[in-house]
Write a protein that binds this ligand. Structure first.
Ligand SMILES: NC(=O)c1ccc[n+]([C@@H]2O[C@H](COP(=O)([O-])OP(=O)(O)OC[C@H]3O[C@@H](n4cnc5c(N)ncnc54)[C@H](OP(=O)(O)O)[C@@H]3O)[C@@H](O)[C@H]2O)c1
Ligand SMILES: [Cu+2]
Length: 380
């Protein structure tokens, strides 16, 4: 595929360029200073361009299949790089007939609820208000563009190495998302360049990404915070008791109440953590409905053959209309996706090695005889 990257000299942009080249794409990098990009490759063209100067955009966009905007600003001053820049990109895309736009936004736009929202608003917005204002304008322009767009709201970006492991939520705030490596943000972008084009729906989805490791640390922070608050409460209660001096009426209910409170807080935190990692976490029914489906009925898969591309993420909606539980398994890729009876679920995987594999339902397939619920997965 022909891919053009804006912000190619930035932290994320450089990763997108490098990974897209590794994935076999032809890449055009647009830069204000062409020599700021050190990568050299025979499938890479580095062109001069400034997104605030529309005249520099028409030529680079000709013949492209997909556009990635990794634009960013490094100062806290008021800016229009996001809104005016992306608006110019959209106009150049329309003129060149390019439809696919992947755009990096900021998770801070939706800081969640309660305490988190308050902390985010007072600290983040204090520092980054102008950037956020302009990113908000950018998102509105992208959503109104009528293009095949994807907005990815990233949390704090780090320069950690690529892991390929991250949480994704669609149209939903990822409450425990605090950071992601630029290399993993790029991984997500490069592996999702085409899958939604194949599905062919209007991609009205905002994705949030984060590393799963952040899950645990967030839970820990909340837990410690809860313990601290309870500790303060207990401290005050104990002090009050002490001042009462001799006539201590030993409120036996207090320790029980405190213990219950600790229990409830811990329970709530655990539930929050577990719920976040459930099979369909964060996928809206609309997003799920847009995915290609693999269905089971009368103890058979509705497709005998699935064809996917090596190195691209495959997202399948699994639908089981039988009264018994099935599963979607491919041993070589470690896929063991449950298919609860009468429900929709999601299988996400990225086959790297081309070849022909067997997918099957673990409870209803006999590996020894090859009899039962199975099909062929062809990875090109
Ligand atoms: N940093 C974070 O923690 C964080 C958190 C959430 C979201 N984000 C978002 O993630 C994205 C990428 O962040 P990053 O830190 O990887 O980016 P970055 O290193 O700041 O890179 C920004 C890129 O934008 C380019 N650029 C700026 N103005 C331009 C213009 N007028 N024309 C053409 N190119 C222009 C820069 O080019 P030059 O080299 O020429 O300046 C640079 O390549 C940004 O949208 C940012 O808002 C960042
Ligand atoms: Cu089965």
């Amino acid at each position: 595929m022909n891919l053009i990257v804006f912000g190619a000299t930035g932290g994320t942009g450089r990763q997108v360029v490098a990974q897209a080249l590794t994935a076999g794409h032809a890449v055009t990098a647009v830069a204000r200073r062409r020599d700021a990009l050190a990568i050299r490759h025979d499938r890479l063209a580095v062109l001069h361009g400034d997104v605030l100067e529309p005249a520099t955009l028409a030529q680079p966009l000709a013949g492209q299949d997909a556009v990635v905007s990794a634009l960013g600003v490094r100062s806290r001053a008021p800016t229009t790089v996001f809104s005016a820049g992306v608006s110019n990109i959209i106009q150049a895309m329309e003129a060149a007939g390019v439809r696919r736009l992947i755009c990096i936004s900021a998770a801070g736009l939706d800081p969640g609820f309660g305490l988190l929202r308050w902390i985010a608003k007072s600290i983040l917005y204090g520092m980054l208000k102008h950037a956020y204002d302009d990113i908000r304008r950018m998102e509105a322009l992208v959503k109104d563009s009528g293009l095949d767009w994807t907005i990815i709201r990233a949390p704090m970006l780090t320069d950690e190495p690529r892991t390929g492991q991250y949480q994704i939520a669609t149209n939903k705030h990822l409450a425990r998302g605090r950071s992601i490596a630029r290399a993993d943000l790029a991984d997500y972008i490069v592996t999702h360049l085409s899958i939604f084009m194949v599905v062919g729906t209007s991609d009205n989805i905002v994705y949030s990404l984060t590393h799963p490791a952040e899950f645990r640390s967030f839970v820990l922070v909340v837990f410690l915070l809860a313990m601290a608050l309870i500790g303060v409460g207990a401290g005050i209660a104990a002090t009050v008791q002490n001042y009462r001096g001799g006539e201590r009426r030993a409120p036996t209910a207090l320790p029980v109440a405190l213990a219950t409170l600790v229990g409830v807080a811990a329970g709530a935190i655990l539930v929050a953590a577990v719920a976040g990692s459930s099979e369909n976490a964060g996928v809206s029914p609309a997003a799920l409905a847009a995915l290609p489906a693999l269905k089971t009925a009368n103890f058979a898969f509705d497709q005998a053959e699935l064809r996917v591309k090596a190195g691209e993420t495959v997202a399948l909606r699994l639908e089981n209309s039988d009264t018994l539980r099935h599963s979607f398994d491919v041993d070589e890729f470690g896929i063991h996706a449950p298919m609860p009876s009468g429900q929709r679920s999601l299988a996400l995987f990225k086959p790297e090695a081309p070849g022909t594999y067997t997918f099957y339902c673990a409870p209803h397939y006999d590996k020894a005889t090859g009899e039962g619920m199975k099909g062929i997965l062809i990875v090109d």
